[in-house]
Design a binder for this molecule. Structure first.
Ligand code: MRU
Length: 478
């Protein structure tokens, strides 16, 4: 796709290793990718050091990159939507240039606009969310998915409900918020970030008073808490990427071959991503990487979302059937496995997208390091081990059909667990925003959660100094 502005490429910081472009179109694409790489890396580094910049970062990531890389799409984004949907930009043509660093949601005009991830990569459209019940619906229907992202959308949904209920009676407001909180918690049971964010919001509501008359004060308190949840995620994911980059194995010759499962990028996290945030950081730091993307049956988060995000970012990647991971490892073609987490139990057992556990077994068999990349908001110290984690079961249709086409005899019995549990003993390391921990995990997990709580509390004090950056290769490379 040619640059519609006709402008030459944005200023680029050339990689000495970059191949010579073959044509003017290639040159523009290459320059865009370089720009994007620098832009994403700067955002990650900024997030790792500066608290309270969530809104600005989100706007910067979702709009500035879109505007600079694809001005026509940025203009399109402002078009009024039919039926509550807003076209953000056309999906990139296969092999086309990146069209921006996308976060899954943004707020505008009193609405939360959420990218409809069910439609990616074919269509890039947003759905309006006006309150907490609509947020619960969007989460249940997988418009937005990924553990950290759904926690943030739930928090903003509750803040919007409080803002719309400033004039109602205190009893009605409490009933609205409690019912919405229950609906949100039930929407996706495995991802702990969802219940964690809702609990935080409701604790803040209760802290204002049992039946607060002042609707404006309630709305302000809930908005403040939702902002804190989003801001902390922004900071934490940036820090996690820096720590993860420092922990990656080094391959002397050729790209580091990273295998990943499901989708753990900005679409899943709200900001930079966890496992995919580390990939972004490595790419920015000009470490040569190549990503094996598991397609992630049955919902195809890898094929539809991870491949799309890596294309946006210009990161070399290859899509594989899930079942190919074993033979690739056997042939020595995987250097490290990076996955996310929906819930890390107190002993390190980790629930993540179904298919993660077999990958961990294969990685152990072949001596491949297996990293779980999870912010402390995904650590659930109240759940002792993986056996206590509720595993969401999803509809049979997701297995019986692929994008509307039935692939098994009608009426076939189906079992569709959306997650599985990887025992701690198969995990090489857990990468958090407070550092990387190794087995035995229990004491260090508790310590990292406590450290994050202290840092978050300090950041919310009015005169808080900027958070200290974790030292890491991004600084050197940035
Ligand atoms: O069912 P999904 O798509 O919400 O599942 C998402 C995952 O399993 C992710 O790996 C997990 O939420 C971590 S995202 C950083």
């Amino acid at each position: 796709m040619a640059d519609p502005s006709g402008d030459p490429a944005p200023p680029a910081t050339a990689s000495p290793a970059a191949p010579e472009p073959a044509s003017p179109d290639d040159e523009v694409n290459l320059a865009r990718r370089r720009f994007f790489r620098q832009f994403a890396g700067e955002l990650i580094q900024t997030a790792a050091t500066v608290a309270g910049a969530a809104q600005a970062l989100q706007r910067a990531s979702a709009e500035a990159a879109g505007a600079i890389l694809d001005p026509a799409a940025a203009a399109l984004r402002d078009d009024p939507a039919a039926a509550g949907q807003v076209a953000v930009s056309p999906a990139p043509a296969a092999g086309g240039p990146p069209t921006g660093f996308r976060t899954p949601f943004r707020e505008e005009g009193g609405f939360l606009l959420v990218i409809d991830q069910r439609k990616l990569p074919d269509e890039l459209v947003e759905v309006e969310v006006r309150n907490a019940p609509e947020a619960a619906n969007a989460i249940r229907q997988m418009v937005v998915r990924g553990a950290p992202a759904i926690g943030q959308v739930a928090a903003i949904g509750l803040a919007l409900s409080a803002e719309r209920a400033t004039e109602t009676t205190a009893i009605a407001r409490r009933a609205i918020l409690r019912a919405a909180a229950a609906a949100l918690r039930a929407a996706r049971p495995t991802a702990v970030n969802l219940g964690w964010a809702v609990d935080r919001m409701m604790a803040r509501f209760e802290a204002v008073g049992d039946l607060p008359e002042d609707g404006i004060a309630v709305a302000a308190a809930l908005r403040d808490e939702a902002d804190a949840i989003v801001t902390e995620a922004t900071t934490d994911h940036g820090r996690l990427a820096v720590f993860g980059l420092a922990a990656l194995p080094v391959r002397e010759f050729g790209p580091l071959r990273i295998l990943t499962h499901c989708n753990t990028g900005p679409l899943a996290c709200g900001q930079f991503g966890t496992a995919l945030g580390i990939v972004q950081a490595a790419h920015h730091a000009e470490h040569e990487v190549k990503v094996w993307v598991d397609e992630t049956r049955p919902y195809l988060q890898g094929a539809r979302l991870t491949a799309w995000e890596l294309e946006q970012a210009g990161v070399p990647h290859t899509l594989i059937p899930d079942v190919a991971a074993g033979s690739l490892m056997a042939q020595g073609e995987v250097d490290v496995v990076l996955v996310g987490a929906d819930r890390v139990a107190a002993n390190g057992d980790t629930a993540n997208k179904v298919g993660t556990y077999p990958l961990a077994v294969l990685a152990a068999r072949h001596g491949v390091p297996f990293f779980v990349c999870a912010p402390t908001s995904s650590i659930d110290l109240a759940t002792p081990d993986g056996g206590a984690i509720e595993i969401e079961e999803r509809p049979a249709d997701e297995v019986l059909h692929i994008r509307g086409v039935r692939i098994a005899p009608a009426g076939t019995d189906v079992r569709n667990p959306a997650f599985d549990v990887t025992p701690a003993e198969l995990i090489t390391a857990i990468v958090t925003e407070e550092g990387v921990i190794r087995s035995p995990f229990a004491a260090d997990l508790a310590e990292k959660v406590a450290a994050a709580n202290v840092r978050h509390a300090a950041a919310r004090r009015p005169s808080a100094p900027p958070a200290a950056a974790p030292s890491g290769p991004l600084e050197a490379a940035g």
